[in-house]
Design a protein around this ligand. Sequence first.
Ligand code: MEV
Length: 446
Amino acid sequence: MELNEKEIAGFSKLNKRDKIYWLAKNFLYANPVEVLKEFAEYWHDNVEAQKLLDGFSENTLTNFPVPFGIAPNFKINETIYAIPMVTEESSVVAAASNAAKFWLSRGGFKTEVLSTKKVGQVHLIYHGDKSKLFTFFGEIKNDLKKGVQHITTKMEERGGGVVDMELIDFSHLEPDYYQIRAYFETVDSMGANFINSCLEAFGREFVELVNLSTVFTDKEKDIEIVMCILSNYTPECIVHAEVSCKVEELGTFDYGNVSAEEFAWKFQRAVNIARIDPYRATTHNKGIMNGIDSVVIATGNDFRAIEACAHTYACRDGVYRSLSECKVENGIFTFWMNIPIAIGTVGGLTSLHPLAKRSLELLGNPNAKKLMEIVACVGLAQNFAAIRSLTTVGIQAGHMKMHLTNILASMQANDDEVAKAKSFFADKVVSVSAVREFLEKLRTKS
Ligand code: MEV
């Protein structure tokens, strides 16, 4: 097959330098030496460390640095944490820190893991008498479990394993489609490899047992395994996080003279709006995920899995809703969230990535349940900070203050200019044009 200059065979076999040269020539139209120099600036000094990072992915050219920050003063179930957060969004760490400090003197965050079950599915096609299939499944369920003992022994020693499984009939929605849904306990690991290995073994074993059985006709024995894969939807892997205090303890808010009581009601209304309107709920939940993802990434977990699950859970009753809830009752303000967070503290990147390892150390090397609790509290804190700003001073004041740093950096402001701009804009509206004008004036003067 003829390839044009933008197509290539065997890209993965090129070394790093040649990959960069090829890209520079065919996509960036830039001097390859310059591009190589730029990419190389982000290579790790330590060759072994770079090799490790390269190994996490494929066709790696360089590293993509994202800030690693700390939100201190998090009081969670009476323990104080300094939380590692990896995010590129200015104001996320500041907002979490603010909320943490606010709740530090009001009892802190209370949290509890409610359940830890993970889910996997064997999707199969069966053409035949469904009552025969269900009866047979009931009879061989334990054999399927026994058939994966070589995979589950170690997990069972740690307290995990295959918890249960059921056969579900979907043939009214897709012709002849059935599903074996299996439930797992994976203790401190995220457990993706463990679950997928079990599922593939279930699939093979199921076909074999059906074929050995005398109750099925030849046509019925022709079972097709469509796929075996874990589900990232884990509605039974739930953590509860909560803050509460007397309404008067919420304090007064300078902005527009908002009293504690007014604030409590405004806050509750804002959460209620996110419970009824998917447009608002999406942004509301995005704010929660700002906090959750940052810690999930810092600890080497899979944030896409956490995101996907959270959003499915948010529409579990058919309408996409806020993940958090709020009530003001008998003079008490309570703000809480139940959220599925299937994460691990062993396996995967958690110990391989040097900074993920450090993050876990910072958190006192928590087990998976503790980490679920910490992550949920950061999500709740982030949500609290956002709703507090939105219902009082508005979001832009804080955002633009943080954004000012980015604007100044994009305009190559020096330290002196940054200091002057920060003091000038302390009580003014920040915009790109206002900052440009300020810098131009400053630069002309000097
Ligand atoms: C921005 O990243 C997140 C917020 O929009 C969340 C919210 O509106 O609740 C501030």
